[in-house]
Write a protein that binds this ligand. Structure first.
Ligand code: PHE
Length: 339
C-alpha cells in the first residue's frame, strides 16, 4: 500500500469515527461505534494498523507517527463521548444490584448549639411572663456601656485592662468604642427608644478579658431583664426570678439574694441558684437606680423598675450538668451531639 493511500484512509477513518463519537446519543450506540472503529480485534483502526507493514520503508516512520497521532485523538474523542453520555450510565451498570436488606445510610441531622438552644428556651419562658425580646449592638460606646449606667469615668469597671477597647492601626478609637462588657447596655437603648412601661429581655454576647478556666471565658452570654412601670418593687423582681428558675431548672431550684453593689441598681443583689449541694452565683439584679431612669429621660418620681443580668452559660451548664464552660466552645461534635 502506498504512503498516500494509507494517509488518505487514515484521514477518512478519523473523520468517520469522530463524527460517530460526537453524534451518538446513547451508551449502546457509542459502544457499537467503539467496536467498529477502535475494537481491539476487528476494529477499522486495527485493520489499518496491519497495512503499516506494507508501507515502503523510507516512509514507514512517518506513517507510524501519523497512525499513532490519529489513534490518540480517537481515543480522546471516545473518552469525551463517554463523559458526555453520563458517567452515571456507566456507573449505574457497574453498581451491584440493589439489596433492600442492607441497613440504610444514616442521614446526619444538624442541631442547634446548646447555647442557642438555651437562648430559645429562655425567650420562651420569659415570653410567658410577658417579656418581649430586645436587641443591641455588641460594639458599644461609653455612654451605653458605662455613663448612662451610672458608671463614672474614674470607676474601676472602665479600666482598659478589664475591657476590650477597639483600636484602629494601633490607635484607640475616638470616641472610644468597646465590645460590650454587659447586656445592661440594652436597658439604656430600649429606654431611650420608648416610654414606660417597659418589660423586655435582651440575650446576647458580652466580652471581658478574663483568664480562661472552667467557669470563665472571654466571651459569654447574658440574659438581661428590665421591667419599668408604676409601683414595680423588689418583690416583683424576686417573684419573676423565682418563676423563671422554677420554669428553667425545675420546681426544686431555690434561689437566693445576697446584698451587693452595682452602680446602676439600688438596692443591688447577687442572685444565687443551688447547684451540687451549694450556692452558685448566676448574676446580678436590683432596682434600677433613679439616676439611670433620669439619664434616659424617665421621671423617677413616676416610675420604678427592676433589672437583672444572668449568665446564660451557667444556666445551660447547671441544667445539663456540664462541668466546664470550655466544652461549650471547643466545638467537639461528640460533645455537641449530646444535646
Ligand atoms: N450587668 C451586671 C453584670 O454584668 C449584672 C446586672 C444586670 C446587675 C442588671 C444588676 C442589674 O455583672
Amino acid at each position: 500500500m502506498s504512503f498516500e493511500r494509507f494517509t488518505a484512509e487514515l484521514d477518512a477513518l478519523w473523520r468517520a469515527a469522530s463524527q460517530a463519537f460526537s453524534q451518538v446519543s446513547d451508551p449502546a450506540a457509542l459502544e457499537a461505534a467503539r467496536v467498529e472503529f477502535l475494537g481491539a480485534r476487528s476494529g477499522r483502526l486495527k485493520a489499518l494498523q496491519k497495512m503499516l507493514a506494507d508501507i515502503p520503508p523510507p516512509q514507514k516512520p512517518d506513517a507510524g507517527r501519523r497512525f499513532n497521532q490519529i489513534k490518540k485523538e480517537l481515543e480522546e474523542a471516545l473518552r469525551q463521548a463517554q463523559q458526555r453520555l453520563g458517567s452515571t450510565a456507566a456507573a449505574r451498570s457497574r453498581r451491584p444490584p440493589l439489596d433492600p436488606t442492607l441497613p440504610g445510610t444514616r442521614v446526619g441531622l444538624g442541631k442547634l448549639h446548646p447555647i442557642s438552644h438555651t437562648i430559645e428556651e429562655l425567650k420562651e419562658i420569659m415570653g410567658r411572663l410577658g417579656f418581649t425580646v430586645a436587641d443591641g449592638p455588641e460594639v458599644e460606646d461609653e455612654w451605653h456601656n458605662f455613663e448612662a449606667l451610672n458608671i463614672p469615668p474614674d470607676h474601676p469597671a472602665r479600666d482598659p485592662l478589664d475591657n476590650f477597647y477597639l483600636s484602629v492601626a494601633g490607635q484607640l478609637c475616638q470616641p472610644p468604642l468597646l465590645l460590650r462588657s454587659q447586656t445592661s447596655t440594652v436597658q439604656i437603648r430600649v429606654m431611650e427608644r420608648m416610654p414606660p412601661p417597659v418589660r423586655i429581655i435582651a440575650l446576647g454576647r458580652v466580652y471581658r478579658p478574663d483568664e480562661v478556666d472552667a467557669t470563665h471565658y472571654p466571651m459569654f452570654h447574658q440574659m438581661e431583664g428590665l421591667m419599668v412601670d408604676r409601683h414595680v418593687t423588689m418583690a416583683d423582681l424576686k417573684s419573676t426570678l423565682r418563676l423563671f428558675a422554677a420554669a428553667y431548672l425545675g420546681q426544686d431550684a431555690p434561689i437566693r439574694f445576697r446584698p451587693s453593689f452595682f452602680p446602676f441598681t439600688e438596692p443591688s443583689v447577687e442572685v444565687d441558684f443551688q447547684w451540687a449541694g451549694g450556692w452558685i452565683e448566676f448574676g446580678g439584679a436590683g432596682m434600677v437606680d433613679p439616676a439611670v431612669l433620669a439619664a434616659v429621660g424617665y421621671d423617677p418620681e413616676q416610675v420604678t423598675g427592676f433589672a437583672f443580668g444572668l449568665g446564660v452559660e451557667r444556666l445551660c451548664m447547671r441544667r445539663h450538668q456540664i462541668p466546664d464552660i470550655r466544652e461549650l466552645y471547643r466545638n467537639d461534635v461528640r460533645f455537641l451531639r449530646q444535646f
